[in-house]
Design a protein around this ligand. Structure first.
Ligand SMILES: [Zn+2]
Length: 295
C-alpha cells in the first residue's frame, strides 16, 4: 500500500496502548527486512532515516526503496526523517515523498526552538505529512552530535504543554532519562515525567534511545504514552556483526548473496522482536479499518 502519514498512526497507537517501532534504515536490504518483519506480524512500522544516510544515498534513492517495499505490502509503513536541523533538507524530504519529518532544534532556547519548529509545522502542513519536534536534551550521540550527561536537560511538563499546544505534533520527542547509544549503567527513566507530559500534552510521545532498555521499561513507558520507540544503535551492531560472523563461520564462502541473506535474516529477527515487544502485532488491520471509517 502507499506510505501512510505518521499522525493518525501514532494516535491509534497512543489510544490503544501500543507503540510503533521506528528503525533507522541502513540500506535497501534493511528497509526490506523491517517491512517484512512488520508484515509477518500484521503490524505497522516506521522506516526512518538519519540526515547522514540521506546525504550518503540521496532522497530519490531512499524514497524509491521504501516505496517499493511498502507498495508490495498490506501493512502501513511510514517514511520518517529522524533528527534534522536543516530546514531545506526537511523540506526536500517532505517534497520527495517522506510521510513524516522531524525538526530537532532542542539545543536552542525554548522560544527559538518553538519558532524554528513552527516553520517546520508550516512545511508539514503544506505537504500533508506528519511531524515530530523535540524539547529538552536527550543525552548521548546522535548523528555525530554529542550531548554529555551533565548537559542533558529533562523536559519540563509545563513547557511541553506550551510547545505541543503551539505545534499540533504527530510525535513529541522529549528527554525523560533515556539516551542515544548504549547505556553504561542502568538508565534512570523518569516514568512520572512521561505520564505528566502525556497528561498535559495528549500528544503521542517518541521515546528516543530505545536500544538497551529492558522489556519492563518499554512496557511502563508505553503504558504512559510512548507511542513511537526508536531503535538505531542495536541495528547498527546486528548489521555489522551478522555479516562478520557469517564470514568467520564460513571463511571459504564468497557467495555474496548468502552473506547478505544472513544479514537480512538477523536484522529481520531483531525488528520482529521489537515490534512484538511494543505491542504492534495485529495492529495493522484495525488501524487501516479505523482510518477508512474516518475518511
Ligand atoms: Zn533520537
Amino acid at each position: 500500500m502507499p506510505l501512510v502519514n505518521m499522525k493518525p498512526l501514532l494516535r491509534d497507537a497512543m489510544d490503544n496502548g501500543y507503540a510503533v517501532a521506528a528503525f533507522n534504515l541502513v540500506d535497501y536490504n534493511t528497509t526490506k527486512a523491517m517491512v517484512k518483519a512488520a508484515e509477518e506480524l500484521n503490524a505497522p512500522v516506521i522506516c526512518q532515516t538519519s540526515a547522514k544516510t540521506i546525504a550518503y544515498f540521496s532522497h530519490k534513492e531512499i524514497v524509491r526503496w521504501v516505496r517499493t517495499v511498502a507498495e508490495d505490502s498490506p501493512v502501513p509503513v511510514v517514511l520518517h526523517l529522524d533528527h534534522c536541523k536543516d530546514i531545506p533538507m526537511i523540506e526536500e524530504c517532505a517534497k520527495s515523498g517522506w510521510t513524516s519529518i522531524m525538526i530537532d532544534a532542542s539545543e536552542l532556547p525554548f522560544e527559538e526552538n518553538l519558532e524554528m519548529s513552527k516553520r517546520v509545522r508550516d512545511i508539514a502542513e503544506k505537504y500533508g505529512v506528519g511531524m515530530e519536534a523535540e524539547l529538552g536534551q536527550i543525552m548521548g550521540v546522535e548523528d555525530d552530535m554529542v550531548v554529555a550527561e551533565e548537559d542533558s536537560v529533562l523536559t519540563d511538563p509545563e513547557d511541553a504543554k506550551k510547545f505541543c499546544d503551539a505545534l499540533d505534533l504527530s510525535a513529541f520527542a522529549c528527554a525523560v532519562g533515556t539516551a542515544h547509544g548504549f547505556y553504561k549503567g542502568e538508565p534512570k527513566v523518569d516514568f512520572d515525567r512521561i505520564e505528566a507530559i502525556n497528561q498535559l500534552t495528549r500528544t503521542p510521545m517518541a521515546l528516543h534511545g530505545g536500544t538497551g532498555l529492558s522489556d519492563d521499561t518499554f512496557a511502563r513507558a508505553i503504558a504512559r504514552g510512548a507511542a513511537k520507540v526508536n531503535i538505531s544503535t542495536n541495528l547498527k551492531h546486528v548489521f555489522v556483526e551478522s555479516f562478520v560472523n557469517y564470514h568467520n563461520e564460513n571463511p571459504a564462502d564468497f557467495e555474496p548473496l548468502r552473506l547478505i541473506d544472513a544479514q537480512y535474516q538477523a536484522c529481520k529477527l531483531l525488528f520482529s522482536s521489537f515490534i512484538a515487544k511494543f505491542g504492534g502485532e495485529n495492529r495493522a488491520q484495525p488501524f487501516l479499518e479505523a482510518l477508512k471509517q474516518a475518511a
